[in-house]
Design a protein around this ligand. Structure first.
Ligand SMILES: Cc1cc2nc3c(=O)[nH]c(=O)nc-3n(C[C@H](O)[C@H](O)[C@H](O)COP(=O)(O)OP(=O)(O)OC[C@H]3O[C@@H](n4cnc5c(N)ncnc54)[C@H](O)[C@@H]3O)c2cc1C
Length: 302
């Protein structure tokens, strides 16, 4: 029996969902990407650990998927297993006082809404970032001068072999779009978040205000992965791209957004290859005109 099929069947025997040749365009915000050999939704830490151990023993590569909002999956797909966190990994609860405990599969938007309902302030900035808690911790997602590093006090993780651990405080090594997990190899399974008490009306209006800013500035009507490039020192990627006259430039179905030049949009029928070619054109043009080499924030998978 094919090893990846064996892993999928093993996951199913544990009660987890597993499907084969799953089109990744159904799981990425770019709406592009080929099939994953086996796509597993792990529902508990115990089952995740069993699946990871089997994948390691069978030398099956594993990619951990959050909400797929910061990745570009190759058109040829992903060889090996894609594991996403469902079931209990989506839980959010108030631990007491101003602390939340969140599974890594919970969406940032649900965490923000939960915090608002509990009159807890400090994570309003993340309202509208379409990632999971795990993806946000991995990337140290942020907006409007804040990042999740300000509110995450510790993360639980699982190693590739299925053993569990916790990192807290400085050991999380948060930096700009960087964390201790950025080098890969570990699965973030949950986290503790520390907020502060606030008024529901103030929290709500701050969230609405930030969402309005997003809608005004970002091409949310098209599939994208947000800002493609990291912010270069002392400048903004979108401004550099716009100044180079690249707004609206397209390759196949991929285009530099007219609304926000830092975004590449799928205006319909784009392939990941179109997006990659456009990224290369942008990087080369910006480098030739300004001497600044843009670095991608999105991750290339497959
Ligand atoms: C319209 C739009 C707006 C956006 N705005 C912002 C913004 O304002 N600020 C910002 O920072 N980002 C923004 N993003 C990008 C993206 O939403 C964030 O980077 C988000 O944190 C990615 O989370 P995800 O769950 O989608 O991760 P994915 O895209 O699924 O994965 C990203 C990386 O994280 C890893 N990963 C995911 N989950 C885990 C886990 N549990 N354990 C270990 N590794 C994991 C993956 O393996 C991958 O390497 C935007 C994207 C879009 C489409």
């Amino acid at each position: 029996m094919d090893k990846k099929y064996g892993l999928g069947e093993f996951a199913k025997s544990l009660g987890c969902r597993a499907v084969y040749d799953e089109p990744m365009k159904c799981h990425t915000s770019f709406k592009t990407g080929g099939g994953a050999d086996v796509f597993i939704t792990a529902d508990s830490a115990a089952n995740l650990s069993r699946i990871c151990r089997m994948a390691r023993d069978e030398s099956i590569p594993v990619f951990i998927l959050g909400n797929g909002s910061n990745i570009l999956v190759d058109d040829s797909g992903i060889r090996g297993a894609v594991i996403t966190l469902g079931g209990g990994f989506k839980n959010i609860c108030r631990e007491g006082g101003e602390r939340l405990v969140c599974g890594a599969g919970a969406s940032l938007s649900r965490i923000c809404a939960f915090a608002r309902e509990n009159c807890l302030s400090g994570i309003e900035f993340a309202w509208g970032i379409p990632g999971s808690a795990g993806g946000a911790a991995f990337m140290n997602a942020g907006a409007y001068g804040h990042s999740v590093s300000e509110v995450i006090t510790s993360c639980e993780y699982m190693s590739a072999g299925g053993t569990r651990g916790t990192l807290s405080g400085e050991k999380l090594c948060f930096g700009y779009r960087h964390s201790a997990f950025s080098s890969g190899g570990c699965i973030i399974t949950g986290m503790h978040i520390k907020l502060k008490e606030g008024g529901m009306d103030e929290i709500s209006s701050r969230m609405s205000e930030l969402m309005c800013r997003r809608k005004a500035k970002q091409p949310l009507e098209f599939p994208s992965a947000g800002s493609v490039f990291k912010r270069p020192l002392g400048s903004f990627a979108g401004k550099l791209i716009e100044d180079c006259g690249l707004k609206g430039m397209s390759v196949g179905g991929a285009a530099v957004s007219e609304k926000h030049a830092g975004f590449i949009i799928n205006k319909g029928g784009a392939t990941s290859d179109d997006i990659k070619k456009l990224i290369d054109i942008i990087k080369n043009t910006v480098y030739c005109r300004t001497g600044i080499m843009l670095e991608c924030e999105i991750k290339f998978i497959g």
